[in-house]
Ligand binder design. Sequence first.
Ligand SMILES: Nc1ncnc2c1ncn2[C@@H]1O[C@H](COP(=O)(O)OP(=O)(O)OP(=O)(O)O)[C@@H](O)[C@H]1O
Ligand SMILES: [Mg+2]
Length: 341
Amino acid sequence: VGDIITDEYITGVTSRISREAPVLILKCQSQEIVPGGAGNAVNNLAALGAKVSVIGVVGDDEMGKKITRYMKQRGVNTEGLIVEKGRTTITKTRILAGGHHTSRQQVIRLDREPAGPLKPSTIKSLQEVFNRELKKADAVIASDYEYGVLDASIIESINRAALKKLVTVDSRFQMLKFKGVAALTPNESEVVEALELLGNKGKKKTYLDGEGGYRKELFDDENNLSRWSRQILEQTQSRGVLITRGNKGMFLVEKSGRKTLIPIFGSEQAVDITGAGDTVISTFTLALAAGASMPEAARLSNYAGGLVVMKRGTATISLGELMEALEKDCNEPQIKNSYRT
Ligand SMILES: Nc1ncnc2c1ncn2[C@@H]1O[C@H](COP(=O)(O)OP(=O)(O)OP(=O)(O)O)[C@@H](O)[C@H]1O
Ligand SMILES: [Mg+2]
């Protein structure tokens, strides 16, 4: 359940400079759409063989129809996609340019977003489909990209669902509102924001990097990682917090106090990191639902994350690819410095 985004990729070959304006002219080669945001989590779950019901909102426009069809074709139950009349389906169009023999490069991104909040009637419909689909589900993933599906009432339902079902959360700006869930999977900057490490309350000049951001090396200190994950754990009363750290891997803390540090799988030279977090929460949750322990599920999702960043655009990983990576790693282990306590 979450914010469905359409990722559109338009590629073109650079031909010449326009006479109308100092801009590149591209000869359009291909145009493709893939689900992004919560849709990417859905797509990743389906690619791993899960039975998925998607709950979210699309507009009654062409993109809404296309993205619904895309998911349907992959066996996803799309009955929970509420079509709001007059709403724009959130779309991020990336225009990629390149020559015949050069690699493609993003030239510009065009975002289409809805003008206002979701209608109360849409929220009501979301509630209804959520309650209906929940009965059939083993697990729930809340994928919040701040576009309104995870409003206060849906969060309340999710928190209630967490009493009985496995619930995991990836929330851009409001993760502390989720209570009693199995796990949350924030990245570093989401941790910084949630705990207001740079905000008014906990303003620490020593945390700033000079450009208004946080000092990345703060997260290399395990004491900080432990302390901040425990704070999130306590404030959300969840069973686990999995901090994803991009090319630095992951850090998992469980309620029991067990900590697991996981270095990345693969090379640090990622091709495209877009959506790695969605692949991670999908693999992690599916593994948990299948009976894995949290450290096992986290490790599996780390392989999946390491694999997906080697693919261009919003991408997915199959079970076969995941198996292959595991087998390779068993023969030539890359994980050297990971530990459990
Ligand atoms: N360069 C990389 N090499 C190997 N693995 C990577 C790399 N970047 C990311 N990963 C894997 O993917 C996981 C998730 O990445 P990241 O922390 O960037 O998520 P995120 O910021 O939530 O991403 P997004 O929100 O764009 O989906 C990492 O914890 C790691 O396992
Ligand atoms: Mg993320």
